[in-house]
Design a protein around this ligand. Structure first.
Ligand code: KMH
Ligand code: ZN
Length: 295
């Protein structure tokens, strides 16, 4: 907060003071892009995911962004698996459980909408179509609107994923059309450095933050691949939160593989402490994001 009751980025009043001294660390441990064969330490089974979640919570994570895999370690949106995963993570941790509605680039839109049937605390919601390496991550405007309205109906808190500057403007349009999310907070995550999206640079993050609509109450940033550390430092320097994990990066430094997601969480917590930010617990993350308590 720059002035009492006003947001740091805009002159609009905010509803409650934000704990800007706190740092939300979200872990994205698996993703849909890396294969188990290429990276055996990637958590792909439910047991591996639950253990990873516990380790990351102990290291300082407050939220987990989840992609589920099948028995062959391939990405799946199978509803029973999604439900079991939400239950298992709620039983084993206090983390906010965020299911990916992005899935893999091959998942049909219809199945991506059904992710909400698994009753997560939160879900990702990408604000537009993005070239994604050699593929296309499809998020047509009617789909974005339908998914958003479904989150409001089901009382699931969306995290708006922004891969490009135009998607920041799309978020403003969505909020103007359909109002605030369930919980009345608006949390966004800048996903930077995807080949086809905005670069993972300080300049791009500054431009994105400056363009955020006034309804936004918190934001985080993620740098993919080698932009991980520059984006982490740029985010901390602007009062942002962090997302880290093996969905986004597989090395700690050149040629040094990540052995466990908790290493990335611990590094983010360490960087946060340098910036005088203490990691938020799962309960504090719920308050920040307006997520309902576990039912
Ligand atoms: N796997 C990407 C195609 C999300 O989780 O919502 C999409 C993605 C975003 O990871
Ligand atoms: Zn994801």
């Amino acid at each position: 907060m720059s002035r009492a009751g006003r947001s740091l980025w805009h002159d609009e009043p905010v509803r409650e003071p934000l704990p800007v001294h706190g740092l939300l660390v979200t872990v994205a441990p698996t993703g849909a892009e890396t294969t188990k064969a290429d990276c055996p330490q990637l958590p792909t089974t439910l047991a591996e995911l639950a253990r990873t979640a516990q380790e990351c919570e102990a290291a300082g994570a407050g939220m987990i962004h989840v992609h589920v895999r099948d028995d062959d370690h391939q990405p799946t949106l199978d509803l029973a698996r999604l439900r079991d995963t939400v239950l298992a993570l709620h039983e084993s941790t206090e983390l906010v459980v965020q299911l990916s509605t992005g899935g893999s680039v091959h998942d049909p839109l219809e199945q991506r909408l059904r992710v909400l049937d698994a009753a997560p605390d939160s879900c990702s919601l990408t604000m537009g179509t993005t070239n994604f390496g050699d593929d296309v991550f499809s998020n047509p405007w009617p789909f974005v609107r339908e998914l958003y309205q479904l989150t409001q109906e089901r009382e699931v808190v969306p995290e708006f994923e922004l891969f490009d500057l135009g998607q920041v403007t799309a978020l403003a349009r969505l909020l103007d059309l359909h109002g605030l999310p369930y919980g009345d907070r608006v949390h966004v995550d800048f996903v930077m450095g995807v080949p086809g999206g905005m670069p993972g640079t300080t300049a791009a993050l500054v431009a994105g933050v400056a363009a955020l609509p006034p309804q936004v109450t918190s934001w985080s940033a993620t740098g993919v691949g080698r932009s991980t550390i520059p984006v982490m430092l740029a985010s901390l320097s602007q009062g942002g939160h962090l997302r880290v994990g093996m969905e986004d990066v597989l090395t700690l430094s050149r040629g040094v593989p990540v052995e466990a997601n908790a290493q990335l969480v611990a590094r983010a917590v360490q960087a946060g402490r340098l910036a005088q930010r203490e990691p938020l617990s799962g309960a504090q993350a719920r308050a920040l994001l307006g997520v309902r308590s576990v039912r």
